[in-house]
Design a binder for this molecule. Sequence first.
Ligand code: ADE
Ligand code: ZN
Ligand code: ZN
Length: 304
Amino acid sequence: MGKFGCLLLFGMEILILLLAVAPPPGVEAWGKEGHYSTCKIAEPLLSKEASEAVRKLLPKYAEGDLASLCSWPDQMRFRFHWASPLHYINTPDNQCGYDYERDCHDEHGVKGVCLEGAIKNYTSQLETYGSRATGGKYNLTQALLFLSHFMGDVHEPLHVGFTSDEGGNTIQLHWYKRKCNLHHVWDSFIIEKAMKEYYDNDLEVMIEAIQKNISDSWSDEVTTWEKCNGRELACPGSYADESIILACKWAYKDAKENSVLEDDYFLSRLPILEKQLARGGVRLAATLNRIFSSKEGYTRESEL
Ligand code: ADE
Ligand code: ZN
Ligand code: ZN
């Protein structure tokens, strides 16, 4: 979600000023902490080939750190207007399931223009890495950043949300004493509060705790997270289905217009959110590993 999703009411002037610079609705994403975490979790899980390809594709100033650029598509949202509908999927209200044919389209009904379509598209662009025939046709630096970003978004339960409330964006409620919308709670506030309460206000400490769970208590599940049907390189349809199910069971539950969300909500939802960050990281690494397995990669200056 953007930085303007929630407003502390200081005074009318500030409110008007903030509204004036707020982004248009419908372009909200995991906050930068969510994207950073997903990509940071993926980094050490990359194969040698995938790490090398990622390093070659990243701009030099990223110094090989994919996580530092995983929020780049959000920073570009004014320039890349066409990409707005790629950050989410809207499903019919209260159906709690996702169907590509029914749900993956933009607001004009153009098919494939949604989060699942975007992940598939950038995955197949990246598949051309190292091929002389198709090399140069796409900007693979951008493809890598979009894929890494969208793999985070598809694990934010409310990025696969109900159509009428735009994934919780139009549900106004209170997060403790703050007035905000439900979508922003999941994009940013749960992570921010967790950092403050348990992780010394340090995102790296929170990420380390999630990584420890991946190698200890969740280790049995990790192989199933990584798996994709058949020979697919990425399985965003299953991730989207998982997200809308979690959105129904946890995000929307007990969060209506004017609800006050406090400790009960925070404490029961945090484990869900942390696991989604873990799944996103593990699956991003698995996808990049499949894409770049046995690819040489021709050398070309990376560019954004
Ligand atoms: N805009 C409309 N629906 C949305 C969703 N589910 N997530 C983020 N932004 C949206
Ligand atoms: Zn996004
Ligand atoms: Zn969002």
